[in-house]
Ligand binder design. Sequence first.
Ligand SMILES: CC(C)=CCC/C(C)=C/CC/C(C)=C/C=C/C(C)=C/C=C/C=C(C)/C=C/C=C(C)/C=C/C=C(C)/C=C/CC(C)(C)O
Ligand SMILES: C[S@@+](CC[C@H](N)C(=O)[O-])C[C@H]1O[C@@H](n2cnc3c(N)ncnc32)[C@H](O)[C@@H]1O
Length: 371
Amino acid sequence: MTLADAAPPKRGWSIAHLIASPRFQSSVARIPVLRRLARRDGDALMDLVAGFVHSQILLAVVELQLLHRLMDGPADAPDLAAGTGIDARRIAILCDGAVALGLMRRARRGYRIARRGAALLGVPGLEGMIRHHPVLYRDMADPLALLRGGETELSRFWPYVFGAGAAEDPATAERYSRLMSDSQILVAEETLARIDLSDATEVLDVGGGTGAFLAALGQRHPHPRLHLFDLPAVVAQAEARLAHAGLAGRAHVTAGSFRDDPLPKGADTITLNRVLYDHADETVAALLSAIRAALPPGGRVVVSEPMTGGVSPNRSGNAYFAFYTLAMGTGRARSPDEIAKLLKAAGFEAVRDHGTSRPFVTHVLSARRKD
Ligand SMILES: CC(C)=CCC/C(C)=C/CC/C(C)=C/C=C/C(C)=C/C=C/C=C(C)/C=C/C=C(C)/C=C/C=C(C)/C=C/CC(C)(C)O
Ligand SMILES: C[S@@+](CC[C@H](N)C(=O)[O-])C[C@H]1O[C@@H](n2cnc3c(N)ncnc32)[C@H](O)[C@@H]1O
């Protein structure tokens, strides 16, 4: 017996019961205004039902680099099929799917790039993110097992979150650093648009990865000294990146683990870009206390990462990052209120929500160290 067999819908009357009735749904189809509303709900439900297929069409388009090929001009299915090992008629099925999803358009001769397809190519790191999604989707293929807390593949993909030792393998470090640093460009842009760090004397970026955030900060604001702290296997590329950005004279890199080593002192602003959601509450509490200890009184901490919507759940935070971090098995996506509580418990005050204009990229909070 399945769960559905065991729990038939309750009888009774409510708007929800009415809408859930097949008879009501058939009668609505005959009333113009209600028909439009029902059609909208039907389309939205169909998008939910088909979402996985849409993502897989996107993955195939990205893997075959079809959008890159269309950037050179329109092409027909046999052109696009060349070198793929896929029959032109099947490439046409894929391209028509991509047209339906707004990535391509039909052209007189085959297909051409659509605005959304071109935009995708311009988002730093997005193709890489799409290409690593099969790992997440294998975990999501059995969502009940995921929710029950079984072993996940994604937890093996990002081993660095389990501690410094796990990230000692340079090949692993290189794999995730590339994904992180490409996408960090967008996060840095969004963060620096939400909060003005021009008056900082020294900014310490904890978990700063390969330095994309500090490079963007240094290029935007001429004064703050820049200091990056991350695991030894990760910082290898940071010095080179900061030097390449012409910031060697202002920048300093320290290798270490915030789990085992004290944080360097000297900064009046400490940033955490996409760090907290990788970790459990106890690790976050310990990290925020260490940040408090490293800051002078009145010093500022900045938290920037995608957040959930709290009592108003949102798509990127609650229907993507919450499940992503569940599959990682170590951290969790949090709401601004939850992060504010953790900040206050660690000895911070004047928590400010700087908001977000692209919640799927990041959301920014700041707070000041209490005296
Ligand atoms: C010129 C003419 C004629 C008209 C112009 C019309 C016009 C104004 C067009 C606009 C076109 C345009 C410029 C569009 C731009 C669109 C952009 C910038 C879209 C950006 C999209 C970004 C997305 C979808 C980002 C997604 C990010 C994801 C999925 C990130 C995932 C991150 C993960 C999984 C991180 C994991 C880290 C860990 C492991 C948890 O620590
Ligand atoms: C999701 S990445 C974010 C990187 C970068 N801030 C960004 O937004 O692209 C999390 C970063 O935290 C670092 N990290 C994880 N555990 C750490 C630890 N114990 N000590 C120092 N850094 C750590 C990782 O190496 C990684 O660079």
